[in-house]
Write a protein that binds this ligand. Structure first.
Ligand SMILES: *Cc1c(COP(=O)(O)O)cnc(C)c1O
Length: 635
C-alpha cells in the first residue's frame, strides 16, 4: 500500500482552518478478505485465521465428514453485525470521497466471539483469540493517553489502521483504543477484551467511557483538529463530557452544535440505561451532574439515548420508516429528528462478476467505477437481451462458486436457493421459514426442489437468540428424509466474508423482520447490487423501495400510530404468507430456469434488473452525500 496518502491524511487532519470530522463507533466491520486492505507476504499468523467452519444440515452424514475450508485471514474481529459493517462501509466511502475524517473505535482483544454449533445443544460461544500485533496493517502506537474517573486513572494505548479508498490514493485513519496496558490494574486491562459484554453494568459503562473519554483524549494527543463529532449510536456519548471539560454551562451549550447523533434501532436492548448509583460510582461529581441533567429519565435511570439527543444538535434516524418510529418513541424531539437512509459500500458488495457486466455497457453505466448512482439506468437495458443474458450469467457464475463450496452437501446451481443470514435476534425472526416444515416439504415436492441457507450469530447473553438456533437445528434434523428435494443448512460464524459469498449468489434473499423493529437493515441492499431478488416484510429500508418491484413484500404491517410489541412475533400469519409467496416465486423461478434452458424474457430477470437499479439509491455514496449536505455541512 502506498505511503503518500497516509502522510497527506495525517497532514490534513492537523490543519487549523478546516472542518474535520471524527466518527465514533463501538464497532467497525472491515474485512481484509476483500476490498483494499493490507496484506502481508508473511504467512498469516494461525491465530488470525479460522481454518474451517462446520455446517449443520439435513444431510447429517456430510456434516460428520466435511466442513468448509476458510483459508483467509479473519475480518478485523472488532464488530458484531450490521452496525459495525455500516461503520466500516462509511469509513471506506469517506476515503473514496477524500474527506478529512478519522474513525474512533476500540481494539477488542477477544473480538466478539467464535460460534460453534453443538447438536442438540445449539450455539456454543467460544472465546476468540487473535493476535493484533501480527495482523497486517494494524499498528500499535507509542502514544498512551490517560483519562480521569472518580477514583482512578485509566491508561489507553492507541492503535492505528488505515482504510484506503478505491483507487488507493487516499486514506482514513482509524484509531483504536486499548486498555490492556501495564499501568492499569487487572480489572481495567480487561475492559477492551470483548465487544458487547452485557452481564455487568460496570463493564458496560466503562467500555462506553473508554470510547467517549478515550476517543477525545486520543484526538488531542494526535493533534487532530476536529470540529464535527459523529456518534454512531449513543455508545459514544461520553465524548461530549470529555470534550466540554472545564467549560462553563453557557460554553457547554455552545459546543452542542458540533455533535451529531445517529440512532440505529427501536429495539429496547439497543438503548443503554444505567442506574444512578452505577453511574455515580464511576463518574466524577461534575460529570455525573452533567449526565443527570441531560440524560435522566422520569424513572431516575440514566438513559444514553436521551443523553445523546440532548447534547447533539442533530438526531438522525436510519430510514424514513425509522424516523416515523422515533417520532412515536420520542414525541418531544420530533422537530429535530431527521433521517438519512443507510446504504452499503458499493465496491465492497458488488461482486467482480457484476462489476464486469456493468463495465460491458459503458454507454449506459458511464463511469461505474466512480459513480454507483448510475446503476439507476439499468432499467433502460431491460429490452437488451445481451444485458439480460449477462446478468443471468454473472449470477450463475457466483452461484456456481457457492455450490462448489457446498459440493459435499450436493448443492446444485440449477436449484432454487433461498438465504436468511444476519444477526440472530428475536425481532428478525430467523426461524420463520422453518415454522411449518410440512408446508416447506410440500412446496419442494410440488413446485420444485429447494436449497435453504441460514447463518447468523446470537449474542452470547441473549437467551431467546440461543433458543432460535436450537429450534432451527431441531427443524433441520427433522427434515433428513426429505433431503433429495429439500436441502436446509445452517452455517457457522457468519461474517463479512461469508456474507459476501451469500448475498451475491443465492436466488432469493429473505428478509423477515417484524415491522417496525428493523430500523434499516442492510443485507438486502448488498444483495440487490448483485441482482438478487427479495422476499421481504415491509420494514426499514424496504419501505422506500416498496414501488420498485425488487421481489415480493409480504406479512404483518405495523400500525403507523403504535409501535406494537417486539415480543409478539406474528409467526402463524406471517409464515403462512411467507410460504404462499415462496411457492409462487419458486414456480416463477422454475419457469425461468428450465434446467439449462433459460427463458430470458422472464419477469424474474426484470426483477433482477429492478434490484440493480434500486442499488443506485441504497448505497453509502448517496448516504454520505446526504450526511455532508444536511448534517455535517461540509463540502
Ligand atoms: C450486512 C451484514 C449484517 C447486517 O444485516 P442486516 O440485514 O442489516 O441484519 C450483519 N452481519 C454481517 C456480517 C453483515 O455483512
Amino acid at each position: 500500500m502506498p505511503l503518500k496518502p497516509i502522510v497527506d491524511a495525517e497532514h490534513r487532519l492537523r490543519e487549523k482552518d478546516r472542518s474535520c470530522l471524527a466518527y465514533f463507533s463501538m464497532e467497525f466491520g472491515l474485512a481484509t478478505s476483500f476490498y483494499n486492505s493490507f496484506c502481508s507476504l508473511l504467512k498469516p499468523d494461525q491465530h488470525n485465521c479460522i481454518p474451517s467452519n462446520t455446517i449443520f444440515s439435513n444431510y447429517r452424514l456430510a456434516d460428520y465428514f466435511f466442513d468448509i475450508r476458510i483459508d483467509k485471514l479473519i475480518d478485523l474481529p472488532i464488530y458484531s453485525g450490521g452496525l459495525g459493517v455500516l461503520a466500516g462501509d462509511t469509513i471506506k466511502t469517506m476515503a473514496d470521497y477524500r474527506l478529512p475524517a478519522v474513525g474512533i473505535g476500540i481494539l477488542w482483544h477477544s473480538g466478539y466471539f467464535k460460534q460453534r454449533f453443538w447438536y442438540k445443544y445449539g450455539q456454543v460461544p467460544e472465546k476468540m483469540h487473535w493476535h493484533p500485533r501480527s495482523y497486517p496493517g494494524l499498528v500499535p502506537l507509542k502514544n498512551i493517553v490517560k483519562i480521569q474517573l472518580k477514583n482512578e486513572s485509566v491508561y489507553l494505548r492507541l492503535w492505528k489502521y488505515y482504510v484506503y479508498n478505491y483507487n488507493r490514493d487516499a486514506v482514513i485513519p482509524l484509531i483504536l483504543l486499548d486498555s490492556d496496558v501495564q499501568q492499569n490494574g487487572e480489572h481495567i486491562r480487561g475492559l477492551t477484551d470483548q465487544l458487547y459484554r452485557s452481564d455487568n453494568a460496570w463493564i458496560k459503562i466503562m467500555q462506553r467511557i473508554v470510547l467517549g473519554f478515550g476517543g477525545i483524549a486520543a484526538l488531542k494527543e494526535l493533534g487532530y483538529n476536529i470540529d464535527i463529532f459523529h456518534l454512531n449510536e449513543g455508545h459514544a456519548v461520553f465524548s461530549f463530557l470529555e470534550h466540554c471539560r472545564g467549560l462553563s454551562p453557557k460554553e457547554i451549550e455552545g459546543e452542542k452544535h458540533k455533535f451529531v447523533y445517529t440512532c440505529h434501532t427501536p429495539v429496547a436492548a439497543g438503548h443503554d440505561r444505567f442506574s444512578q448509583e452505577n453511574m455515580r460510582s464511576v463518574l466524577s461529581d461534575e460529570d455525573f451532574a452533567l449526565v443527570s441533567s441531560y440524560g435522566r429519565e422520569d424513572s431516575g435511570m440514566i438513559n444514553l439515548t436521551l443523553l445523546s439527543m440532548n447534547v447533539c444538535s442533530s438526531i438522525n434516524a436510519v430510514s424514513k420508516s425509522h424516523q416515523q418510529v422515533m417520532f412515536l418513541q420520542f414525541p418531544e424531539y420530533k422537530d429535530r429528528i431527521r433521517y438519512v437512509t443507510n446504504g452499503v459500500h458499493p465496491y465492497t458488495w458488488i461482486s467482480p462478476e457484476f462489476l464486469n457486466v456493468f463495465r460491458q455497457f459503458p454507454a449506459v453505466f458511464e463511469k461505474i467505477d466512480e459513480n454507483p448512482m448510475i446503476l439507476s439506468r439499468a432499467t433502460e437495458l431491460k429490452a437488451d437481451y445481451s444485458f439480460r443474458r449477462q446478468v443471468w450469467g454473472a449470477h450463475q457464475q457466483n452461484k456456481a462458486k457457492l455450490c462448489g463450496r457446498l459440493e459435499k452437501w450436493n448443492f446444485k446451481e440449477d436449484v432454487f436457493t433461498v438465504c436468511w443470514a444476519r444477526r440472530i435476534a428475536g425481532y428478525k425472526r430467523p426461524s420463520l421459514i422453518l415454522y411449518d416444515t410440512d408446508k416447506l416439504v410440500e412446496i419442494a415436492k410440488n413446485t420444485g426442489p429447494l436449497q435453504i441457507i441460514i447463518a447468523g450469530k446470537a449474542h452470547p447473553q441473549d437467551n431467546l437468540g440461543f433458543t432460535f438456533i436450537s429450534e432451527i437445528m431441531d427443524a433441520i434434523d427433522s427434515l433428513t428424509q426429505h433431503y433429495d428435494y429439500l436441502k436446509v443448512i445452517i452455517m457457522e460464524n457468519y461474517d463479512m466474508h461469508l456474507a459476501q459469498a451469500l448475498i451475491s449468489s443465492v436466488d432469493l434473499w429473505l428478509n423477515n423482520p417484524l415491522p417496525p423493529f428493523e430500523a434499516s437493515g442492510t443485507s438486502g441492499m448488498k444483495a440487490i447490487l448483485n441482482g438478487v431478488v427479495q422476499l421481504t416484510t415491509l420494514d426499514g429500508w424496504v419501505v422506500e423501495a416498496e414501488d420498485k418491484n425488487i421481489g415480493r413484500i409480504f406479512g404483518y404491517r405495523s400500525d403507523p400510530q403504535h409501535i406494537g410489541n417486539e415480543k409478539n412475533l406474528h409467526m402463524d400469519e406471517d409464515s403462512a404468507s411467507l410460504y404462499k409467496n415462496l411457492q409462487e416465486m419458486a414456480a416463477l423461478y422454475y419457469r425461468t430456469n428450465r434446467s439449462k434452458e433459460i427463458d430470458f424474457s422472464s419477469p424474474w430477470i426484470d426483477a433482477m434488473i429492478n434490484c440493480i437499479a434500486a442499488g443506485a439509491y441504497f448505497n453509502t455514496y448517496r448516504m454520505l452525500d446526504e450526511y455532508k449536505k444536511l448534517i455535517w455541512k461540509i463540502a
